[in-house]
Design a protein around this ligand. Sequence first.
Ligand SMILES: [Zn+2]
Ligand SMILES: [Zn+2]
Length: 313
Amino acid sequence: MTATAFDQGEVVVLRGQAYLRRLAYFMVTTVLVVVGSMIAVQQLILAPLDALYVLPVAFVATALGANTGYHMYFTHRAFTTHRFFRGTLALLGTLLCQDSVIQWVANHKRHHRHVDLANKDPHTPWQFGDNRFLVLTIGLWWASMGWKFDRTLTSKKFYAGQLLNEPMLRWFDKHFVTISFAGFAIPFSFGFAIGGLELGTRWFAYFGAFRVFVGYFFTELVVNGLCHCVGSSKFRTKGRSTNLVFMSPLTLGATLHHNHHAFPRILSPAVDKELDPMKLLYQALEKLGIITMAPGPSSHEIEKKRTHVIDSA
Ligand SMILES: [Zn+2]
Ligand SMILES: [Zn+2]
């Protein structure tokens, strides 16, 4: 790996085996997720009552792993918590097969720093220019999938050096591939032990593949992609982030992404009474003493940033 012409040390260029290993990881997990999710959808059509336990597990595991854990805790430090809950969040995030925790944090900090600048923001849908058609086609592909195959990788040392000093996170980082594959193997093994090959395959499909698909769909396609090119905005921010307010209940608040760019340290981005089901969970966790939220901006600070202009696609 060598440094590029980016800011000094900001990114590294993957070469040889390091690049092939990363490529192979994402290709193998993509195949597992696509095949498993097809099985899951077929099963859910045949046995729709299964959705009563499959969907909550998939959605809550995604919300806690990706948004609460990787995003709001490890990247933005929107709350403090105990070691056990920190480990749980790191585990749930790792199981989503998106990237190791420290790499994810580094990518996301680079996203905020260079938001929507082509070749600087790692996953902006505006990577190929301002043409609306390109943004909504190849741009969305890049934001959700293509950027994973980029040889230019965000430097963990530059963006997340402090996390490299935390032994627990270094452990999760080092064992990222093993842990994320265990997320497919363990549901299969439990199902197989209880009900043979059929139940094993079904649990692999539900709790391995489909869970990861939900995470990919909402985090990568919807938030990285759509929430940077369609929807509404109301605060002065860098970049072109948007809210998809109508999707907020379904995505557990993740699509209030423009609010997040305006106020990155607020744990729940529902600053204007938008619906974010996670807000209730966060309040409950705080009452139970599991988390302590960072102080948010005052209403004066919120109003100061407001543009009163609503843009929509
Ligand atoms: Zn963003
Ligand atoms: Zn963020």
